[in-house]
Design a protein around this ligand. Structure first.
Ligand code: PMV
Length: 313
């Protein structure tokens, strides 16, 4: 018997960077994201004699997945599993493969092992693997905040159907994982205290921009959150420079488009890719402009997607 689940990647509009001390993999700051319909992880689980993992068709060992499975097993009856996972986009290059990956895995295991978890409980389960995965349990616009640090939908995908163009500037895995990078920033960036102090107010303002569907406010606040997070990264020691030249050039191009009246803004996570968020009528203009930026290898287009779900059991 096997069970398959699918989950979509998400990108943060309000970024989280840094974890709380103690167990549970709780973020130090709240975040808000959009779930992307075109970027998916599909995961199949099957009973086995011992755990085995395949990613994109290849047998692998993954310390983070092994550690997360061990944590889940402390709370839930989960037997040994053969897990096979497939991403339809480059893995570990700043496209949130761990978000869709752990959301799909938690959803498949919940159904396969008859755990009967609520969406909130599944979100907390996914968070143990990767905090951003807590958001991929839900579709549309999603918040991850205190006190329970479970993802919660703010707006459904069709309530404000924005579009996203991802500009891929490099497809190799990133040099410093987000967990290691966050630890480094927390320990060494002189700006870390200022980042956490402003986080609750930033969260409320950006959440209000989403509920009011105020694109101009969203653009300004999301861009500011992204650049503030990269200021933390750049001020860490040794510095975390996830950007390539083409990353900066894409951001500049998007700011020029916006100055010309196009409703678009850019955001960048722990990798060199740029995600342009825009209104649907502008998506072709945005994609064409990004394709013209030297160093952009390819582009992907997406709308907003739904939550993680079982597709076959
Ligand atoms: O939870 P992780 O390990 O996938 O880290 C996510 C970090 C960022 O993507 C940079 C920001 C975010 O909130 O998604």
């Amino acid at each position: 018997m096997q069970t398959t689940a699918i989950a979509h990647s998400n990108i943060a509009l309000l970024k989280y960077w840094g974890k709380q001390d103690g167990p549970g993999n709780r973020p130090a700051t709240p975040s808000l994201s959009i779930t992307l319909d075109a970027l998916t992880t599909t995961t199949t689980v099957e009973d086995a004699h011992a755990d085995a993992l395949r990613l994109n068709g290849c047998a692998i060992r993954d310390a983070k997945i092994e550690r997360t499975l061990a944590e889940w097993r402390r709370d839930c009856a989960i037997g040994p599993l053969a897990i096979s996972s497939r991403n339809n986009f480059p893995t570990a290059a700043g496209l949130a493969s761990s978000a869709s990956g752990f959301a799909a895995l938690a959803t498949a295991i919940d159904a396969h092992c008859g755990l009967r978890l609520s969406a909130g409980e599944r979100s907390a389960m996914a968070r143990r693997g990767s905090a951003s995965a807590a958001r991929s349990i839900h579709g549309g616009f999603v918040a991850l905040a205190a006190p329970n640090w479970r993802g919660a939908q703010v707006l459904a995908p069709d309530a404000w159907p924005l579009a996203v163009v991802v500009a891929i500037t490099a497809s190799e895995p990133k040099a410093v994982s987000s967990t290691a990078g966050m630890e480094r920033s927390k320990a060494t960036s002189p700006y870390f205290g200022a980042w956490t102090e402003a986080a609750s107010a930033d969260f409320e303002i950006l959440k209000a921009a989403i509920t009011h569907r105020d694109f101009d406010a969203l653009a300004e606040l999301a861009e500011a959150s992204c650049l503030k997070m990269h200021a933390l990264m750049l001020s860490s020691r040794p510095p975390l420079i996830y950007w390539h030249g083409a990353t900066v050039e894409c951001l500049r191009t998007l700011r020029e488009l916006r100055a010309g009246g196009c409703r678009v803004f850019g955001t960048v996570d722990a990798g060199p890719q740029v995600k342009a968020v825009c209104e649907r009528q502008d998506v072709e203009q945005v994609e064409a402009a990004l394709q013209d930026v030297p160093g952009v290898e390819s582009t992907l287009r997406s709308g907003l997607g739904g939550g993680a779900r079982v597709t076959d059991s």
